[in-house]
Design a protein around this ligand. Sequence first.
Ligand code: AMP
Ligand code: ZN
Length: 141
Amino acid sequence: MSDCIFCQIINKVIPAEFVYEDDDMVAFLDVNPVHPGHALVMPKQHVEKFVDVSPENCKAIAGVIQKIMKSLTGDLGYDGVNLIQNNGAAAGQIVPHLHFHVIPRKSGDGFAHWHGQGYANGEAALWAAKMRAALETTDAA
Ligand code: AMP
Ligand code: ZN
């Protein structure tokens, strides 16, 4: 996809600070990090959403994420990591090339969790039943 900014980075048309690359995956630093080392992990193949990724790339991306996470809380000394994937514009996805944010965290750094809304009485059980039914007919990579 020639007009995709992440494809342009993957193809070395525009620069980025790469931290990992293999035949199918890359990871580079987010230009606007929560903390230094905040990385974006993605398949080289242009797919927009997680539901679009192939079974092979689905497994491969998990391995790269885990490796980067381990380095952040290992040698690089961070206290925790958030793994975030904004999937679709409604969920805040700005760049339409599938990517996972691997975000290093420090104890007490003050970045807030989102605010949950709770469930009305009985609503959680209804939703769990609806989801179990939906999952019966949903396949995955
Ligand atoms: P989102 O699609 O909501 O996950 O957000 C896209 C992320 O990509 C943001 O955190 C941006 O800071 C980051 N980003 C956008 N352009 C670049 C770039 N050229 N190099 C590195 N990170 C980028
Ligand atoms: Zn792309």
